[in-house]
Design a protein around this ligand. Sequence first.
Ligand code: XMP
Ligand code: MG
Length: 182
Amino acid sequence: MFEDIQEVLVTREALEEKVKELGKRISKDYEGKELVLIGVLKGGVVFFADLIRHITIPIEMDFISVSSYGNSTKSSGVVRIIKDIDIDITNKHVLIVEDLVDTGLTLRYLKDLFEDRGPKDVKVCTALDKPSRRKVDVPIAYNGITIPDKFVVGYGLDFGGKYRNLPDVCVLKESVYDNKVD
Ligand code: XMP
Ligand code: MG
């Protein structure tokens, strides 16, 4: 796995520092409010687990699993729910926790989906942001680290289902991307 890495784009230390800062801000902003954190499976799981341990107010948590039609490196914008959340978000504050905002199509869909269920508000927290590829505007209340337009893996993000457990955000060697077309 490590031999496939070309470059570490965001180190685990930089991620940790950012996650701490976001956790602090969230704890302050939602003090005294009913907050539900919704993690987006599978990529958002690593960030989610780190983030909640830096949140010092009571929260509820749930997960949604979505897949976007298209190939593995491009989002088509057509989103399909594989697993919905179980809890009722009526009158609660919702914070969607994502690994990465790319075109913004997935988050636009999720925001609209949850907003239709009567929450107090729906905001977005992402570990990584690739603003250069945005197709639809989605406000990001809690933004982690802005990255250039490169396909990245690690810290929850995968290529062909692999590399999610790399602790840093990395770019793989070109030969890895070339050899696997799915
Ligand atoms: P959109 O384009 O809808 O897509 O904002 C967001 C989701 O697409 C995936 N994505 C990536 N996954 N490396 C990945 O492993 C990447 O560089 C990348 N760019 C987008 C990711 O699941 C994200 O939540
Ligand atoms: Mg994702």
